[in-house]
Design a protein. Sequence first.
Length: 81
Amino acid sequence: MQAVEVTKGNRKPANLSVDSALLKEVEALDTNVSQSAEAGVTATVKLHKQEAWLKENAGALASSNAYVEAHGLPLARHRYF
């Protein structure tokens, strides 16, 4: 999964509906609403990508964990801590 790089030149206007009370609070904090909305969307996309990756790789992770439980860490003899 590739991360989407957000740059100033890649901006596209969007119309959003936001709870009016929440919008008043954000404006009272002198916060940029667009940047806040983008941060929230970015966090949501990241979360969904993480969940998808974990789901796609669940078998490999389980297999690796099972191997370590049965045989220990492959290079454990080189650990000094």
